[in-house]
Design a protein around this ligand. Structure first.
Ligand SMILES: Nc1nc2c(ncn2[C@@H]2O[C@H](COP(=O)(O)OP(=O)(O)OP(=O)(O)O)[C@@H](O)[C@H]2O)c(=O)[nH]1
Ligand SMILES: [Mg+2]
Length: 436
């Protein structure tokens, strides 16, 4: 606990009117301020007390509940007080003003979470998860953020750190005994440990990357032969007349992108040129772009003209097979395909469902974490150092391997904030909302 910390306050509920509005106060003066406003001396911690709140002219400005949490058993780890009044804009401002006049200062965005971090109540990943729970763009994203908030992601990070430290100790002690160094470094157990470390990193990276998908959305590419109805499908998904449709094969040449939201998941839909053999250089450029989009996409809708269905249909795990023109369909569609008619707008609910299930299946094992680009960056840096450490080890370069492991440990510790520059902390917490 920082004994020199001042006392901060903010309105914790959103701006606007609501039944209840909450002012949160944290710091050494919190209880004194609560007493000053409510007249209740020595409020019992963790007990909801009915109170009237007065300003410094002794006028009653509101009534409601007073809730106190005594250090260290509070969110920030400091003495914390919540004043729960009526959720009107003016009354909340009056209450806040009274709190500030009684000795608190206005909190900066994220300052409560920052104090919780500085007082070791939560690590950096958990602090970020709080912001992510609040801003979560889909149910899945919120659930994933909650897992991180509960410390699941941090546990993985700490497990990797533990493996890293053990490996470092091993390699460094080998260096300290130069006569036996080669034997030490060639030990099968050490090689195995390095391999385990690498695997743990790979798994965590995969889970983290899918977490990013839930927050930042996916790229959905529409791919298929000319005239299959790709642009018609784009227009169905965007519910707008986005792309030109015609029965001329090769209508679309440019890549067309539209942002939509499907069941809370942000989706960038990308329509592309029909893929086929052509002598036309402009069309060929469009096809090259289409293939590029396909390669980059998270999920691909492979659109097939139902009136001209091929005998066999390949299935690939990032593709959803769409049989379009169901009105002209004569053969039976394969079970794994989604059958739609873009013209008659049928089968579109099933299509949306298929997209969401595909995203959830790939992105949401029960173990997906909330993730930020920052985490992925650090995991990748760690991974590259561990790869390098492993290869140095194979060449019996103990010192170089040890140095790479040290760098890996440092990169990894930045995730939970064990080693983090003030600059990084400032950037993270200032992106929070006030009162959090
Ligand atoms: N009968 C029927 N026709 C459809 C359906 N969907 C699209 N079409 C028609 O198929 C033709 C091609 O549609 P587009 O959406 O332009 O096809 P595309 O795949 O984007 O074609 P390119 O851009 O040329 O590659 C148009 O005449 C559409 O009206 C459908 O469900 N049923
Ligand atoms: Mg088209």
């Amino acid at each position: 606990m920082n004994p020199n910390a001042d006392t901060i306050a903010a309105i914790a509920t959103p701006a606007g009117t609501g039944g209840v509005g909450i002012i949160r106060i944290s710091g050494p003066e919190a209880f004194r301020i609560a007493t000053r406003l409510s007249g209740i001396s020595n409020p019992t911690p963790r007990k909801a007390l009915f109170a009237t709140f007065k300003n410094n002219h002794d006028q009653i400005i509101d009534s409601g509940l007073l809730l106190c949490f005594q250090t260290p058993a509070s969110f920030t780890g400091e003495d914390v007080v919540e004043l729960q009044g009526h959720g009107g804009h003016v009354v909340m401002q009056m209450l806040l003003k009274a709190v500030l006049q009684a000795g608190a200062r206005l909190a900066r965005p994220g300052e409560f979470s920052e104090r919780a971090f500085l007082n070791d109540k939560i690590d950096l990943v958990q602090a970020e998860a709080i912001a992510d729970v609040i801003s979560g763009g889909s149910e899945q994203a919120v659930l994933a953020s909650q897992r991180a908030l509960q410390g699941e992601f941090s546990n993985h990070v700490n497990h990797i750190l533990e493996l890293l430290i053990q490996t470092r100790i091993w390699v460094e002690s080998a260096i300290d005994f130069p006569e036996e160094e080669i034997d030490f470094l060639a030990d099968e157990q050490l090689r195995q440990q390095m391999a385990d470390l690498n695997q743990a990193l790979k798994n965590t990276l995969a889970q983290t990357q899918t977490g990013v998908v839930l927050n930042q959305g996916i790229n959905l590419a529409i791919i298929g032969k000319p005239n299959a109805g790709k642009s018609s499908l784009l227009n169905c998904l965007t519910k707008e007349d986005t792309a030109i449709i015609s029965d001329v094969a090769g209508t679309t040449r440019d890549v067309i992108k539209e942002d939509i939201v499907i069941q809370g998941i942000p989706v960038r839909v990308i329509d592309t040129a029909g893929i086929h053999d052509t002598d036309n250089p402009i069309e060929q450029q469009g096809i090259d772009r289409a293939l590029n989009v396909k390669a980059q996409a998270d999920v691909v809708l492979h659109v097939i003209d139902g009136s001209d269905m091929p005998e066999t249909l390949e299935q690939n795990n990032k593709e959803i097979t769409i049989i379009n023109k169901s009105d002209l369909l004569h053969a039976k569609a394969p079970d794994h395909a989604v059958v739609v008619s873009a013209l008659n707008q049928t089968g579109l609910d099933a299509l949306e469902q298929a997209i969401v299930s595909r995203v959830i299946k790939t992105a949401l094992g029960d173990s997906t974490f909330t993730a930020r680009a920052r985490h992925i960056e650090q995991l990748k840096i760690t991974q590259s150092h561990v790869d390098e450490a492993e290869s140095q080890l194979q060449h019996n370069q103990g010192e170089l391997s040890a140095e790479e492991l040290r760098l890996a440990q440092h990169a990894m510790s930045e995730i939970t904030g064990e080693f983090s520059s003030d600059d990084l902390l400032g950037r993270i917490f200032s992106s929070f909302c006030i009162g959090k």
